[in-house]
Design a protein around this ligand. Structure first.
Ligand code: G3P
Ligand code: CA
Length: 311
């Protein structure tokens, strides 16, 4: 049963959010130090996780924008790691965004850059490193000493973690991928029974076309730094469930939100960390906001007066 004021956030969840916001950073450090700690399954605590996938993407009238945690809770924990995902989950993010790329031997890993230099203690292009080499890297110390020992997750490990702990995955296919590489990603999603909890996004049109061909059941989102001349036509041509413009691009033509909604396409905007922009985008009616500050956005959503509320 959800409250009428915040359909996505039942009262008990809003109370839990306060604790989550206060404890997120400390909790992250504790998780890094004690990785075997198992929280309650996400689905037991988050009613939003039980919604149909389409409803999870298209924002119901009066509901706040859906929180997409960009590379996990990347402002509070090392990006694209399981601990970053966990901080985001505990803080109330409904979706976790992560990037996927293959190792030299074809294993999909969760990493944003095309090298491991910035976010691990290693060096080199991910596509030049084997799974064994990637598994040996420390992906946490660069962010803070408390995260030492954090591993670079494989996509399989991340899907399993999400399956057990809960949450939905906004999975970005990062950079060009071959048919076999996309097929491996699709197989991992299916093997973990996560097809109904994944939204695939990419800047790479070819990767989206391959995904559609290989796994028509997976919803697709197109990332854009600049808007298409006709976003609705692009969405139809690619069979998109969602259109993902940058905040700057959307600010130049906010009317495309109405057009895309009329076509049944959700609009999720990246990467937005300032409350002033959250307010503008919520008022514009975007469905989701992709942010490095998911705890703050979840709290902001929960505290925001519902439309028509007094005071
Ligand atoms: O989800 C949108 C965003 O992730 C796209 O940019 O470079 O952070 O992957 P990037
Ligand atoms: Ca990304």
């Amino acid at each position: 049963m959800t409250s009428s004021r915040h359909p996505r956030y039942p009262r008990r969840h809003r109370t839990a959010l306060v604790a989550a916001l206060l404890g997120a950073s400390l909790g992250a450090v504790a998780l890094a130090a004690a990785p075997t700690r198992q929280p309650a399954p996400y689905g037991a605590r988050h009613e939003a996780a039980e919604e149909a996938p389409r409803e999870a993407r298209l924002r119901p009238a009066g509901a706040p924008p859906t929180v997409y945690a960009h590379r996990g809770a990347s402002s509070a924990a090392p990006e694209n790691t399981l601990v970053s995902d966990e901080v985001a989950r505990r803080a109330g993010a409904e979706w976790i965004e992560d990037d996927v790329q293959p190792s030299r031997d074809g294993v999909p890993y969760v990493l944003h850059d095309d090298t491991v230099d910035r976010t691990t203690d290693g060096k080199g292009r991910i596509r030049d490193l084997t799974a064994a080499q990637l598994d040996a890297l420390d992906a946490g110390s660069w962010f803070a000493p408390a995260y030492a020992g954090t591993r670079l997750p494989t996509l399989a490990a991340q899907l399993e973690d999400l399956r057990v702990r809960g949450g939905r995955l906004l999975l970005e296919i990062k950079g060009p991928h071959t048919r076999d590489e996309v097929a491996r990603i699709v197989a991992e999603v299916r093997d973990h029974g996560m097809a109904d909890r994944v939204l695939v996004q990419s800047f790479e049109v070819d990767a989206l076309r391959l995904t559609r061909e290989l796994a028509p059941e997976l919803p697709l989102g197109l990332l854009r730094s600049t808007l298409d001349a006709d976003p609705v036509a692009t969405a139809r041509e690619l069979g998109l469930a969602a259109y993902h413009p940058s905040d700057d691009a959307l600010a130049g033509r906010p009317g495309v939100v109405r057009d895309l909604h009329a076509a049944g396409v959700a609009v999720n905007v990246w990467t937005v960390d300032r409350p002033a922009r959250w307010q503008a985008l919520a008022a514009l009616g975007v469905d989701g906001i992709i942010t490095n500050r998911p705890a703050e956005l979840a709290g902001w959503n929960a505290a925001r007066p519902s439309p028509g509320a007094a005071g």
